[in-house]
Design a protein around this ligand. Structure first.
Ligand SMILES: [Cu+2]
Length: 317
């Protein structure tokens, strides 16, 4: 009885404690001024990041379906193996059967796996096409990967164009997340379909925002489309997840979803803020070298040059 109680306490501690810690971290991450939900990685996180939009929710649903299927298959195979080892070992079954064919079994173990794969394939393909692109976009943003920062362009809105650099550790303000905070966020309206057109100015990067369920390569010389939608206002953290050079880990992504009214207000501000050509110059050069890494001065200087691909990669659809 005592063992049972201990087991139950251990189980509760295992299941509830991380949830409480996560909740605490989440509350801690919320800026008191904005009180917007924050979607970021958390210490000791076991599962995927919470869904902040329909793409991620669909991905989580497919993951859960497949998890149930593979758990059942694993239990079935493990059970079968255990039973065979117990029932048909040399002591209990000294004379093994010589049967080499069983038509029913052979048909069954061919057809059943096919059916399981079809059951997985249908929602899987549906999701692939759902993530691919949106038929009705409310806003288009062009995302250009550079070594090592992101450039965001709003072609629908007076060609607003700006760079987004990591904020180096020594410039972080209290509450800002290390390695994830940037100087200029990608601001989008919540509840709207955002079409993302991606390209790169140098090497292959990848635009990855886990909680929005978006991950797509940014390839030089190509424009690749994807989309996302943030259900509610919030801050969504992501990173380049294609190894793209020395400072690959120092080109985070911050998507800030705001209400449509706030977005309109931001557009007005942004048009003046990013109007001058100088806005493309990085606000913090230190960000490109990063703590402990020694990017040569020449390398840092090259990123300040105009980006020929930006012009070439104007929306080509
Ligand atoms: Cu990159």
């Amino acid at each position: 009885m005592r063992t049972l109680r201990r087991l139950r306490a251990a189980l509760i501690a295992t299941l509830v404690a991380p949830a409480v810690i996560q909740l605490g971290v989440l509350i801690g991450l919320m800026s008191p001024a904005l009180a917007q939900p924050v979607f970021a990685p958390k210490p000791w996180e076991m599962g995927m990041q919470a869904a902040g939009g329909p793409l991620k929710q669909e991905a989580i649903d497919l993951h859960n379906l497949v998890l149930i299927i593979i758990t059942l298959i694993t239990l079935f195979v493990a059970g079968l193996l255990g039973w065979v080892m117990y029932r048909y070992n040399s002591q209990r079954n000294p004379v093994p059967s010589q049967t080499s064919h069983n038509t029913f079994l052979e048909v069954a173990w061919t057809v059943i796996p096919i059916l399981i794969l079809v059951i997985i394939a249908i929602p899987s393909f549906r999701l692939v096409y759902y993530l691919d692109r949106t038929p009705d976009a409310d806003l288009t943003v062009k995302v250009t990967g550079h070594q090592w920062y992101w450039e965001y362009t709003y072609p629908d809105n007076g060609k607003i164009d700006f760079s987004s650099y990591i904020v180096p550790d020594e410039q972080l303000k209290p509450g800002q997340l290390r390695l994830l905070t940037v100087d200029n966020d990608l601001v989008v309206p919540a509840g709207k379909n955002i079409r993302v057109l991606e390209t790169s100015g140098d090497v292959i990067h990848s635009f990855f925002v886990p909680s929005l369920g978006v991950q797509r390569y940014a390839i030089p010389g190509r424009t690749i489309e994807t989309w996302f939608r943030a259900d509610k206002p919030g801050i969504f953290y992501g990173e380049c997840n294609q190894i793209c050079g020395t400072n690959h880990s120092r080109m985070p992504i911050v998507v800030r979803a705001v209400t449509p009214q706030e977005f309109e207000a931001w557009l007005v501000q942004a048009k003046t803020k990013f109007a001058d050509a100088g806005s493309k110059a990085p606000t913090s050069m230190a960000a490109t070298s990063g703590a402990g890494s020694e990017a040569p001065a020449s390398r840092v200087a090259t990123i300040d040059k105009p980006f020929s691909l930006v012009a070439a990669a104007q929306v080509q659809r």
